[in-house]
Design a protein around this ligand. Structure first.
Ligand code: E4P
Length: 216
């Protein structure tokens, strides 16, 4: 399973990248706004910086919602760097645009997936990645990881090639369960990635080893 970091924060991207386990980055308009990135020039410059930092797929989300608008914007985003993946919302015009991008050799990430039906449509359109939002499904009282399992089963049976990119990850357990359920990629906040490191018995064991090392 690939590891992406889900942020537009350069310090966090750098910290995750330094671990040596990072395969890519996802952003969205909320994450970009959180970092104060405003205006076309600043947006392009920020994506360029991220592409220079991380050797992997970098999702950049379109802001348009019409077929023409999405295609126009997506072409500009894709021109920034070969690793840019155009992130397109799961709407009718988005599906049409994903098919256009797929026919024209531009990688896509279909975002805001909340059902297996949406995942089937996005795969049919040729999306490179599809992003089911696990945490937001959990927030509604459902089990987001069950959707990953269902999509993984459908894609395996049908031979769909889109990669399942589990998004809206809230904790380390989500990452473990998504890996088990067959996600191809998990895009995670830094604290969820770092949370995988932690176990109290590791801390206790290391403290004891360090103590005993003094006697050696
Ligand atoms: C990433 O591609 C998604 O936009 C992101 O994971 C959404 O996460 P959230 O539900 O925490 O906003």
């Amino acid at each position: 399973m690939k590891f992406f970091i889900d942020t537009a924060n350069l310090a966090q991207i750098s910290e995750a990248n330094d671990l040596g386990i990072l395969d890519g980055v996802t952003t969205n308009p909320s994450l970009m706004a959180k970092e104060g990135i405003k205006g076309e020039e600043a947006i392009v410059a920020h994506y360029k910086t991220i592409c220079d930092m991380v050797d992997g797929d970098i999702s950049a989300e379109v802001l348009g919602v019409t077929f023409e608008g999405i295609v126009e914007e997506g072409k500009k985003l894709a021109a920034i760097h070969p690793n840019i993946v155009v992130k397109v919302p799961m709407i009718k015009d988005g599906i049409k645009a994903i098919k256009w991008f797929s026919d024209n050799g531009i990688k896509t990430n279909c975002t805001l997936i909340f059902s297996a039906g949406q995942a089937i449509l996005a795969a049919k359109a040729g999306a490179t990645y599809i992003s089911p939002f696990i945490g937001r499904i959990d927030d509604g009282g459902w089990d987001g990881v069950q959707l990953i399992e269902q999509i993984a089963q459908i894609y395996a049976v049908q031979g769909f090639k889109s990669q399942i990119l589990a998004a809206s990850i809230r904790n380390p357990n989500h990452i473990i369960r998504c890996a088990e359920a067959g996600a191809n990629v998990c895009t995670c906040p830094l604290d969820s990635i770092l949370g995988l490191l932690k176990h109290p018995l590791t801390d206790i064991g290391l403290a004891k080893f360090l103590e005993d090392a003094k006697k050696m």
